[in-house]
Ligand binder design. Structure first.
Ligand SMILES: NC(=O)c1ccc[n+]([C@@H]2O[C@H](COP(=O)([O-])OP(=O)(O)OC[C@H]3O[C@@H](n4cnc5c(N)ncnc54)[C@H](O)[C@@H]3O)[C@@H](O)[C@H]2O)c1
Length: 314
């Protein structure tokens, strides 16, 4: 059997842990690299029984050498509370992490996929956002360490491709949720679920009419693997997200219904630079990857609620 060796940076995080699991299921050898800033060993501990899984403590800001066929570069804190905790470290992780992984891919002639983000579109003036939209990002705000770090990483990926022929893939990920999310990361889905399960007030920022789209993690992992499998001529960027658009109020009410919680909704001021709406245009992913999300919000939330319910009881 032709077993591929695959490096997943940020592999002990929410998305990375699902990706590692799926890549192992497909018969690959997986090296999971993480500094455990926001990820945890608990997310991947069940994979350690597999002899083709390896866990490596390393920070992508520093060079790393290993012989692999493919690299998925996910290392980067993804939620505002965590990426703003040490803004300089966040931008270093995106930029130096990208340089280190691209350098490795260049030496090995390996394929490298960048987990980029819908945040590259900032507070968009075009709705929904196609890949051709250049975005509306504040370069000096409190979210810039993440948004501009990810934009710079995309630039580096393109330049290594143009200048050195590195085989790159760029995926722009929209809001994703599912089991293994960090309960303390302040993202809306995990916040609402944890608050509902604990019977605490559900905090809504602004008036709750701002919209988001929510992609279940299994759909994202499928898109990433399909993207890695495309031929050299398609490098992206490609959007992956669920175009179904929901207001924060709709999300909160659905979570209240599914948890049977009696929590009340409370309203707080909107943080600065918070985008008012975000929805992916996934025409390119449909055309090039034959992909579209399959898991409806209700179904994904039921699985995520079960995960958090279990976690809170531990
Ligand atoms: N979850 C989403 O909705 C979403 C949306 C867009 C993009 N993304 C991107 O997907 C990737 C994974 O996000 P996630 O939601 O799983 O977040 P996460 O915080 O759960 O995972 C990130 C992982 O990277 C690790 N990490 C952070 N800095 C590191 C460093 N310097 N060296 C090594 N490891 C480091 C963390 O410990 C963690 O395990 C990130 O790059 C994020 O920007 C996620």
């Amino acid at each position: 059997m032709n077993r591929k060796k695959i490096l997943v940076t940020g592999g002990a995080g929410f998305i990375g842990s699902h990706l590692c699991e799926r890549l192992l299921k497909e018969g690959n050898e997986v090296l999971c690299l993480d500094n455990y800033f926001t990820g945890s060993k608990e997310n991947v501990i069940h994979l350690l029984e597999n002899p083709y899984f390896e866990l490596i403590r390393h920070d992508v800001v520093h060079p790393f050498h290993v012989d692999v066929d493919e690299i998925y570069n996910l290392a980067c804190p993804a939620s505002p509370v965590h990426y703003q905790y040490n803004a300089i470290k966040t931008i270093k992780t995106s930029v130096m992490g990208a340089i280190n992984m691209l350098g490795l891919a260049k030496r090995l002639k390996a394929k490298v996929l960048q987990a980029s983000t819908s945040e590259v579109y900032g507070d968009p003036h075009v709705h929904p956002q196609p890949e051709s939209y250049w975005g509306n990002v504040n370069p000096i705000g409190i979210r810039s360490c993440y948004d501009e770090g990810k934009r710079c990483a995309e630039t580096l990926f393109m330049d290594y491709h143009r200048q050195n022929g590195v085989k790159i893939k760029i995926v722009r990920i929209f809001n994703t949720y599912g089991p293994n999310m960090n309960p303390a990361d302040g993202r809306v889905v995990s916040n609402f679920i944890v608050q509902a399960l604990k019977g605490e007030d559900i905090t809504i920022y602004g008036d709750g009419t701002q919209t988001r789209s929510f992609q279940y993690v299994d759909d994202l992992v499928e898109a990433m693997i399909r993207m890695m499998g495309t031929g050299d001529s398609f490098i992206g960027p490609v959007n992956t997200g669920n175009p179904g658009e929901f207001t924060m109020l709709e999300l909160a009410n659905l979570i209240l219904e599914l948890t049977g919680s009696k929590s009340k909704l409370v309203f707080r001021p909107l943080p600065s630079d918070d985008p008012k709406q975000r929805r992916p245009d996934i025409s390119l992913a449909k055309e090039k990857l034959g992909w579209e999300p399959k898991v409806p919000l209700r179904e994904g939330l039921i699985k995520t609620i079960a995960y958090f319910d279990d976690k809170l009881k531990q």
